[in-house]
Ligand binder design. Structure first.
Ligand SMILES: Nc1ncnc2c1ncn2[C@@H]1O[C@H](COP(=O)(O)OP(=O)(O)OP(=O)(O)O)[C@@H](O)[C@H]1O
Ligand SMILES: [Mg+2]
Length: 418
């Protein structure tokens, strides 16, 4: 079964990764640099060359097969679906891609490594292996290594991922004196190397992450950059702090809420103008905040035109309680640290951010918030420095996440669905 296919890997990291015959090739790349495509192309050509070979494709969670592997497989090799390959067992424990030449790709979620047992395979590919949103994938990696025992086939375990900091992948592939000997080779790819990406996308990436910052090195260049220093190094107080514009007509005004106990409870308003400029100001920054103070701050904000309160998603009970008080409250779209940072860094990077000069706590946090320094040990996850407060920062992140959605592609958040 040989098929002429019209699919080529892009020159550079993707092509080198696809052609690599090393045992542990890792394509570490920026966003949209072609990592998943590289993995699919590599696994496809191997499967065509070695009928009967069993492979394992992992995603961090099972739900991601439908978003990542399958659309990519269909985009490149969709014309052979039902002739050469088909998807089986969707949504169940035996989800797989089956080929007419006897090859099988077992689809496994890395978040349940205990299920990576009881089969032998020739190869494995871990897509988004650095993601630790659902726990470190290191155990899944070690288990997969132990599965590569199918006789008569060359064995390999590939990685295709956006890097985070100096995590287990960095230890295995970079900070490891035996890496070369054991075939742990690294192919580092930048988003800029993918010729199919539109310039506007790359411009947004540059504006959001700003050349030279660790976030840019990580998410665009694909380096194992440890986050350090200020979280918002491009915030410029001279240009971005101004008195609240009383005469401005805002398209919408909403507020973000971060619940605290000993740490302060915070309410930060975000307004968006016709020219898509975002303005922030604080309504509350209060340690051990009692209910009356909180409700009064919400009412004051509502009286001035704030129409929605977007809250720390971990505070479900507080959100339900706010609704009982008649305050329109919803949970924020995401609590991921990178999403919170992006909510700030995007408008700042695009030069359309302003902060009210009377909001002293918020100003302090925005200018002081720093990444946690790794003290000798590597960090598996990104964290803010616990000595630099982030409560007003988080409230402002929640409101900005929702407001940008409201203006771009908004569906109203469900109130009453708890
Ligand atoms: N060799 C190729 N030929 C044609 N198109 C490609 C190739 N490689 C990547 N692309 C296209 O570039 C885009 C990004 O590729 P892909 O999804 O593989 O990147 P990624 O690095 O996995 O992205 P993400 O960071 O979102 O996971 C997709 O539209 C994909 O189809
Ligand atoms: Mg991908």
């Amino acid at each position: 079964m040989t098929q002429e296919v019209d699919v080529f890997a892009h020159r550079g990291a993707q092509d080198n990764f696809v052609r690599s015959e090393e045992a542990f090739p890792a394509f570490i790349g920026g966003y949209r640099s072609g990592k998943t495509a590289g993995g699919v192309i590599k696994a496809w050509f191997y499967s065509m060359e070695y009928p009967g070979a069993i492979g394992v494709w992992t995603e961090p969670i099972a739900g991601m097969f439908a978003e990542s592997l399958l659309p990519t497989l269909r985009k490149f090799f969709g014309e052979y679906e039902m002739h050469l390959w088909k998807e089986e067992g969707k949504g169940g424990p035996n989800h797989r891609i089956v080929f007419t030449n006897g090859c099988v790709w077992l689809l496994k979620a890395a978040e349940t490594p205990e299920r990576i047992v009881g089969f032998e395979a020739a190869w494995a590919l871990m897509n988004e292996a650095a993601s630790s949103d659902h726990g470190s994938q290191e155990e899944a990696y070690f288990r997969l290594v132990g599965r590569l025992s199918q006789q008569g086939f060359p064995h390999w375990l590939g990685i295709a991922t956006t890097p985070i900091g100096q995590n287990w992948l960095w230890r295995e592939w970079v900070n490891n004196p035996n890496a070369k000997k054991t075939g742990h080779v690294l192919f580092q790819g930048s988003s800029m190397e993918n010729p199919t990406l539109e310039k506007s996308y790359l411009d947004t990436m540059e504006a959001t992450y700003q050349k030279g910052t660790p976030l840019y090195r990580r998410y665009v260049l694909g380096e194992f950059a440890q986050l350090e220093g200020l979280v918002l190094p491009t915030f410029d107080p001279d240009k971005m702090i101004d008195p609240w514009p009383e005469d401005e007509v805002f398209l919408r005004r909403i507020a973000g809420v971060d619940f605290g106990a000993q740490s302060p409870t915070t309410i930060v308003e975000t307004g968006i103008t016709r020219s898509r400029r975002l303005w922030d100001r604080e309504w509350l920054y209060q340690r051990e905040c009692d209910d009356d103070t909180f409700v009064k701050a919400c009412r004051d904000a509502q009286d001035s035109g704030v129409s929605l309160f977007v809250c720390d998603p971990s505070g479900k009970e507080r959100i339900a309680w706010m609704r009982q008080q008649g305050i329109p409250a919803v949970k924020a779209r995401s609590n991921r640290i990178t999403d919170r940072v992006k909510a700030w860094s995007t408008p700042i990077g695009q030069g359309r951010y302003r902060l009210d000069s009377g909001s002293t706590f918020l100003i302090q946090e925005v200018m002081g918030l720093s990444w946690s320094r790794s003290k000798g040990r590597e960090l598996e996850t990104d964290k803010f420095d616990p000595n630099t407060p982030d409560h007003a920062f988080d409230a402002g992140a929640y409101s900005k996440m929702e407001l940008e959605k409201m203006v771009l592609d908004w569906t109203p958040p469900e109130i009453g669905n708890w």
